[in-house]
Design a protein around this ligand. Structure first.
Ligand code: KIV
Ligand code: ZN
Length: 529
């Protein structure tokens, strides 16, 4: 077995700067695990690169034993990682640990994150194991993981419903076996902040070797307390926070990275901790994750919602004109929201467009830039004013669809009062152009029937939603389509000034995602459309 050792990240608990808190992002693992949030291989690389640039300390890139697709994306992210530690998740089964060890091998700094349930309910019902077996499995897993890296994290799944004596015993054993990070998750989002803080204080006080590891929080949001609990865990001595962009994750999600980071930054007077996150990149990260998962961001979402810095009421606007401090506790610029959203027109050149994208946090390769510029020009011809939001919708669309097997090439629709409405559609499927005509009960139905005729599938349409990216009748439409197949669902988004074209793009994006879901992103396992 090959050995690739890598140093543990600087221990905030034992190092010189006691207030540094490590940010462990699990958007690509816990986030991607939630229903509908599938990302393709390329999208995962894109998100990982942004997280690395943004200053995330540890990126949990996936669960290598879950599928070959997961293994390949963890390995590729490990290969490309620059500053962040790249972590892979693993159950305690030794074969899983070996698979994870192989996946993180290319990383400059790689971590194996192994977990097992420790609550009485999970041990008996889910695992069918006794506490002694769980303890031994943890020791064996951590010992095995240390063959691959010095940086090993051990998690007590459902820690907040675990008996405290057993939790202390097993944490001590995991540290003794070589775990350098101990994560005590609130897996089911059940704890209150006071309870969560007390758990960390008790475990750290009672476990004799607790100073040899960094303690970590990992909170789910079932009762809406994930961020509050994470901060309480830090008050209890944890120095690593596991979180996701936009708070995506299992069920109600995980603690939102942007909320945690901005809470610490804005309320440094009572939360004296610092992170390495470049906060002006938060808005961009939120948009990218929303685009690749097709999970919309709630309008009033803290920090990154589109209304987070909007002031509608007269009284608020009056105050804001006198001083932004009246109603803003942080500046929009500090999270990457630019005040001037009016941008470019049809006379803007390629260089100005590239500059604008850079300002908005996008770094596109030459091909993607050319495609985006072509679409921008097309948009500027049809729309009087092009806003930042328009450009973001268009570029996100390009990024998400760059590697699609099915692409919308042309669409002509006949609609109006005298049905049936019809759609003439050209799709490119695996490089080959296919054309058809279909009718339907309305233009959208006709388009979806045409897609079905060219790319037959069993998926059912669960949701069709339209919203305008900006104001005005020439605004771009952003359409979301949710398709379900075999108990799995995916969401596709499409943007275009023509609502019907946006609808076709959204449906086709969802279809592409379904195909990825079937194969978990393995190019060699591509199935027939
Ligand atoms: O919520 C949880 O307990 C987890 C573990 C795998 C860390 O995601
Ligand atoms: Zn979790």
């Amino acid at each position: 077995m090959s050995v690739s050792k890598s140093p543990a990240p600087e221990s905030a608990a034992t190092g010189s700067n006691k207030q540094r808190v490590l940010i462990f992002d699990t958007t690509l693992r816990d986030g991607e695990q939630c229903p509908g949030a599938t990302m393709t291989f390329e999208e995962k690389l894109e998100v990982a690169e942004l997280l690395d640039t943004m200053g995330v300390d540890i990126i949990e890139a996936g669960f290598p034993a879950a599928s070959d697709g997961d293994f390949e994306s963890v390995a590729e992210i490990a290969r490309r990682g620059r500053n962040a530690v790249i972590a892979g998740l693993s159950r305690t089964a030794l074969a899983d640990i070996d698979r994870c060890g192989e996946a993180i091998k290319p990383a400059r700094r790689g971590r194996i994150h192994t977990f097992i349930s420790t609550s009485p309910l999970h041990m008996s019902v889910k695992l069918g194991m006794t506490p002694e077996q769980v303890l031994q499995a943890s020791i064996d897993a951590v010992t095995r993981a240390r063959r691959y890296t010095d940086d090993v994290e051990w998690s007590a799944e459902d820690a907040t419903r675990t008996e405290i004596d057993f939790l202390c015993r097993i944490v001590e054993a995991a540290i003794k076996a070589g775990a350098t990070t101990i994560n005590l998750p609130d897996t089911v989002g059940y704890a209150t902040p006071q309870e969560y803080q007390a758990m960390f204080e008790t475990v750290r006080a009672r476990v004799p070797n607790s100073d040899k590891a960094i303690f970590s929080v990992h909170c789910h949001n079932d009762l809406g307390m994930a961020v509050a609990n994470s901060l309480a865990g830090v008050a209890g001595g944890a120095r690593q926070i596991e979180c996701t962009i936009n708070g995506i994750g299992e069920r109600a999600g995980n603690a939102a990275l942007e909320e945690i980071v901005m809470a610490m930054r804005t309320r440094a007077d009572v939360l004296p901790y610092e992170t390495g996150i470049e906060t002006p990149m938060l808005n961009r990260a939120s948009k990218l994750v929303s685009a690749v998962t097709s999970f919309p961001v709630q309008y009033n979402k803290a920090i990154v919602g589109r209304n987070a810095f909007a002031h509608e009421s007269g009284i608020h606007q009056h105050g804001m004109l006198k001083s932004a401090l009246t109603y803003e506790i942080m500046t929009p610029e500090s999270v990457g929201v630019s005040k001037t959203s009016l941008v470019m027109g049809k006379h803007s050149g390629r260089a100005a467009f590239r500059e604008k994208l850079k300002e908005m946090g996008y770094e596109l390769g030459e091909n993607a830039l050319n495609d985006a510029f072509r679409r921008f020009k097309d948009l500027a011809d049809r729309k009087k004013i092009v806003y930042d939001e328009d450009i973001a919708a268009l570029v996100d669309d390009e990024i998400v669809n760059a590697h699609d097997r099915i692409k919308v090439v042309a669409l002509t629709v006949i609609a109006g009062t005298g049905g049936p409405q019809s759609a003439a559609l050209t799709l490119e499927i695996d490089g080959e152009k296919k054309v058809t005509q279909a009718t339907g009960n309305g233009p959208v139905d006709a388009i979806f029937n045409a897609i079905h005729a060219l790319a037959p599938h069993e998926a059912t349409l669960e949701l069709y939603q339209v919203h305008a990216v900006t104001g005005g009748t020439d605004a771009q439409a952003e359409v979301s389509v949710r398709l379900a197949e075999g108990g799995q669902s995916v969401v596709g988004k499409g943007a275009d000034p023509d609502t019907l074209v946006a609808s076709a793009r959204a449906y086709v994006t969802a279809l592409n995602k379904l195909m990825v879901k079937r194969t978990r992103g393995r190019p060699e396992e591509r199935q027939a459309v």
